[in-house]
Design a protein. Sequence first.
Length: 257
Amino acid sequence: MLTIQLLGGFKISQEGELLDIPLRPRGKSLLAYLLLHHATPQDRAHLAYTFWPETSDSQARTNLRRELHYLRRLSPLIAALISSDGQVIQGQMSERCTLDVSQFTSLLAAAEQTTDSIIRKAHHQAAIGCYGGDLLPGLYDDWVLVKREELRQAYIRLLETLTLLLVDERSYAVATTLSQRLLQCDPLYEAGYLQLMELYALQDNRARALHTYHTCVTVLERELGVPPGEETERLYQRLLHAEEHSSDGQRGSTATA
């Protein structure tokens, strides 16, 4: 079994053993592109323009030939992942090959298609397990940036959806962990702070909820120069007043005693 990981870093494992294949950045990006689009044959001219848009057509095609030659010489295993036929190049994924991005997107699609809430939840949990991090960190080709953001947003929506399901089940502790993961993925996502504040409040942990608010204020001001939105402020004020009432009640009980 060949396992290919693109989320959180480019890794290839065979029968559970991580392989040490010294892929250089451009070769890594090209191979990843072919594998992600393995269902569709890629025209050489399209690939050349995608990876070398600022060079002449002839130079871009030369660069593509060199990069493919480099990949094929690296390892027979890598060579087997690429096929070419005239003007067409295609990634090859056999039945004994798994790709984490494909697994992630397939699980999301399966969750959307089922009407069984238990099966949907299982698909969501499995998809979260597939997402090992951002797509191809350290690579900044245009296509990578677009696909990376697409997958990240899908992951964020997944975390939000599963968190709401867990809240309905009153599984607040697990929901809190997912909400924290969401903010690790996108520290500027204000809705994530709001969700986490609400979860702490549901667990009667106002101190953590207020701390989350102050973290939100600090991050948004430092990174974007903006304050939290009205909904976040309203929740903060409710939590603050609840804490004050709780403190007043405790002081009253002490005085009576």
